[in-house]
Design a protein around this ligand. Structure first.
Ligand code: 13P
Length: 253
């Protein structure tokens, strides 16, 4: 079953300085003035940690929520030079956190570390955007479902509140390449992911499952008919107000 809410999440990755707030201002203005935008749509932006505090303050009580992209895997404070914990992120106003992005998995995040990040972040009252996705090789060898199942089952547990979790399916071969999955494959994969999640949480409904990877204003309309997809995690196109607004507009118009 599809969820009622549709999410548009912009992951800025290593992008943004204080004045980049003009991008969010324009997106915020658009959704405030667009009659088609309503409470069924949710916009979350994950800027770099350096901007979380100022952006969270600026957009409190607005249509845009702010999240973080990652955190250190354990403890609230510790002797870990250059690291930031989920407590520190929460303390400056973030409401969400991305965990398990392939960028970070490729840099060494293991399932054990990811489980610890989820536990710590939930403990510190952040909602989780948990990323999963197969690489090109997995896809070629027809191992997509096996890989996704393992990524989910090794990290998520029934004890976590399923209402605080969003899943983003981001095939690695699609990120930043302009390639997107065939609609039929994406639908099958999304349904498969939801089945695993329902089984873990022992619920009749699954947490939201979003799609991420080369989403833009042109291809987003191909996903319109796939009601099972509960929204999008957008990288490159979220750094431009025009491109991000195009995604929102072209999805619901
Ligand atoms: P692109 O939209 O640039 O492909 O990035 C997707 C992504 O990794 C979002 O987290």
């Amino acid at each position: 079953m599809a969820n009622n809410m549709k999410y548009f999440i912009g992951n800025w990755k290593m992008f943004g300085v204080p004045k980049s707030i003009t991008i969010l201002n324009k997106i915020n203005k658009f959704v405030k003035n667009d009659r088609k935008f309503n409470k069924k749509y949710k916009i979350i932006i994950t800027p770099p940690d350096t901007l979380i505090e100022s952006y969270s303050k600026y957009f409190s009580n607005q249509a845009i929520s702010i999240g973080a992209q990652n955190c250190y895997y354990k403890n609230n404070f510790g002797p870990n030079t250059g690291s930031i914990s989920s407590l520190m992120i929460k303390s400056v106003g973030a409401q969400y956190i991305i965990v398990g992005h392939s960028d970070n998995r490729l840099e060494g995040d293991t399932d054990i570390m990811l489980k610890s990040k989820v536990e710590n972040s939930l403990h510190n009252k952040l909602k989780i955007i948990f990323c999963i996705g197969e690489n090109k090789e997995d896809k070629k060898k027809n191992k997509t479902f096996k890989v996704l199942k393992k990524q989910i089952e090794n990290v998520l547990e029934k004890k976590f509140n399923y209402k605080d979790i969003i899943i983003a399916y981001e095939p690695i071969w699609s990120i930043g390449t302009g390639k997107i999955p065939e609609a039929e494959d994406l639908l099958k994969t999304t349904i498969f992911i939801k089945k695993i999640l329902k089984n873990i949480f022992k619920k009749s409904n699954s947490p939201p499952v979003l799609y991420g990877g080369s989403v833009d204003g042109d291809n987003v309309s191909q996903f319109k008919s796939l009601n099972e997809i509960d929204g999008f995690l957008v990288g490159g196109a979220s750094k431009s107000e025009k491109k991000f607004i195009d995604i929102i507009k072209n999805y619901y118009r």
